[in-house]
Every structure is written in structure tokens, then in C-alpha cells.
Design a protein around this ligand. Structure first.
Ligand code: HEC
Length: 108
């Protein structure tokens, strides 16, 4: 019985560390892919206020991952319309979107 519990406990740990590792890998991949977002949303996704008639760019750092995934998918599917964001979103694959969302949601 003790052996079974030990075995279960170590499997749980293994699964947990695999999940943590998979998320780290997504964040790293997203960080690289996020190069295309920096020009508008800022180096750390901090966003920019509207200045001199330039549009404002919303803050995307620290937002909930699922919200980021949904927003980008909505632009991609033309459910949410913004000419700049739609063009960008259409160039992203599903895994790009998940990775980028993991990266920005990991920032403060
Ligand atoms: C050419 C400028 C530009 C680039 C590049 C750009 N964005 Fe945006 N983004 C915008 C603008 C403008 C908005 C606000 C549009 C609106 O009002 O719906 C926006 C909105 C968003 C939103 C919605 C935020 C909210 O609070 O609802 C998300 C998420 C987002 N962008 C993610 C990204 C990601 C991820 C990238 C890189 C893959 C990116 N953007 C690249 C201009 C840009």
C-alpha cells in the first residue's frame, strides 16, 4: 500500500512538473513570437496612451490568458474589428496565439 501511495505521489509530481515545464516552453515561444506586437503594444505589452492623434494601444501585459486568446481569435475571425489587429491576428496560428497569450499573461 505504501509503495502504491509513493508511486502515485511521484507520478503526480512528474505530471505537475511536466505541466509547469510545458507552460514555460509556451512562454518562451510566445516571447519570441511577440516581436510583432512590440511596435504598437510596447516592449513589455504595457500599451501606449493616445498622443498627437496617434491611436491608443491597450495594455496587454498581465491580462488573463484566456481573455487574450479569445480577443486575438475574435480579431482573426472578424468578430471583433480593428484593421490593425485583424491584419496581425490573421498571420498567427492557433499555437502562436496560445504561446503569445501565455507570455503576456505571465508579465506583470
Ligand atoms: C499595428 C499596431 C498593432 C500591432 C502590431 C498589434 N496590435 Fe494589438 N491592438 C492594436 C490596437 C489599435 C488595439 C485596439 C483595437 C480595438 O479597440 O479593438 C489592439 C488591441 C489588442 C488586444 C485587445 C486588448 C483588450 O484589452 O481587449 C489584444 C489582446 C491585442 N491587441 C493583442 C496583440 C498581440 C498579441 C499582438 C502581436 C501578435 C498585437 N496585438 C499586435 C494595435 C496593434
Amino acid at each position: 500500500m505504501k509503495k502504491i501511495i509513493k508511486c502515485l505521489a511521484s507520478s503526480a509530481l512528474l505530471i505537475l512538473s511536466t505541466l509547469v515545464f510545458a507552460n514555460d516552453a509556451a512562454i518562451e515561444a510566445g516571447k519570441t513570437r511577440a516581436a510583432v506586437c512590440i511596435g504598437c503594444h510596447g516592449l513589455q505589452g504595457e500599451g501606449k496612451d493616445a498622443i498627437n492623434g496617434q491611436p491608443a494601444f491597450p495594455r496587454i501585459a498581465g491580462q488573463i490568458k484566456d481573455y487574450l486568446i479569445k480577443s486575438v481569435n475574435d480579431y482573426k475571425a472578424d468578430k471583433r474589428n480593428d484593421p490593425m489587429m485583424s491584419a496581425i491576428a490573421k498571420g498567427l496560428s492557433d499555437s502562436d496565439i496560445v504561446n503569445i497569450a501565455s507570455y503576456y499573461s505571465s508579465l506583470k
